[in-house]
Write a protein that binds this ligand. Structure first.
Ligand code: ADP
Length: 248
């Protein structure tokens, strides 16, 4: 495949744990400002793939190219995060005793170092940016409330906002709607679609109705490799997918 202009390019990536191939010659492409949903049965290698992208797990083989030039397999986790790759884990980790606004403000200041996080006063550009992020994550009306008082779904949005404050080029999101209400799930698909207008987003997800709402390209993994790719309709009509996954 042509790697020019790609945001993320996994090329023949493999990793084994104690001789077991968790990822087996996996190749995946994500373009700039594109969303990709990753589906697949338990043990398919979805988490391991995310761990490889973020540098938590080092592959035995293959290349992970970021933004068409940087090989991530040579870098550690901190360096990869600094390049502009944000990862949202399944459980929200927000500062419960701080307001919604302050959670975003702290995330914005964090890359500037501990000293500025403590002493730096937000200027108008920061205030505009925080406001814009809170609008994106639907929490501007609740900006002065404590994070502890948000619903589970809203905490997930707040954490997405904290990642946006770091201005990632690529956002990795692990099962964001687990435990959300139906209306929060629909709203999450909308806000991720908005984010993906300017950033690349990879979503690992089990909930097929949510994947349908995302409306993105879908890759189905099985046994550490790509089983099928395309629209959700194309992937779910694939006989191999039906047999191995959806038909169970
Ligand atoms: P998924 O996220 O799609 O459910 P995982 O990436 O968690 O799949 O796991 C893929 C396979 O690799 C599974 O069989 C799992 O047991 C195995 N695996 C994942 N991480 C490790 C590890 N650190 N040590 C040993 N086996 C692992």
């Amino acid at each position: 495949a042509d790697k020019t202009g790609t945001m993320l390019y996994l090329d023949g990536v493999s990793v084994s744990f104690d001789g077991f191939k968790a990822i087996n010659k996996l190749s995946i492409i994500v373009h700039p400002a594109e969303m990709l949903a990753i589906i697949g049965p338990n043990g398919a290698g979805k988490t391991t793939m995310m761990d490889i992208i973020t540098g938590k797990t080092r592959p035995d083989d293959g290349q992970v190219l970021f933004d068409g030039r940087t090989d991530l397999t040579k870098l550690d986790e901190a360096a990869i995060a600094n390049l502009g790759i944000g990862r949202k884990f399944q459980k929200p980790t927000v500062f419960e005793s701080q307001t919604v606004w302050d959670n975003i403000e702290m995330a914005l200041k964090k890359p500037r170092g501990v000293f500025s996080a403590l002493f730096y006063v937000a200027d108008q550009a920061d205030i505009d940016r925080i406001t814009e992020i809170l609008e994106t994550i639907r929490l501007l009306p609740r900006k002065d409330e404590l994070a502890a008082d948000l619903s589970h779904g809203q905490k997930q949005w707040l954490e997405i906002g904290m990642l946006l404050a770091q201005d990632p080029k690529l956002l990795l999101v692990d099962e964001p709607v687990a435990g959300m209400t139906d209306s929060e799930t629909v709203e999450t698909a909308k806000l991720l679609r908005e984010i993906a207008k300017t950033r690349s987003v990879v979503v690992v997800e089990h909930d097929m109705s949510f994947v349908r709402e995302l409306g993105s390209r879908v890759t189905c993994l099985a046994e550490g490799a790509v089983l099928a790719e395309g629209t959700l309709d194309q992937v779910s009509a694939n006989p191999v997918v039906i047999e191995r996954y959806l038909g169970r």
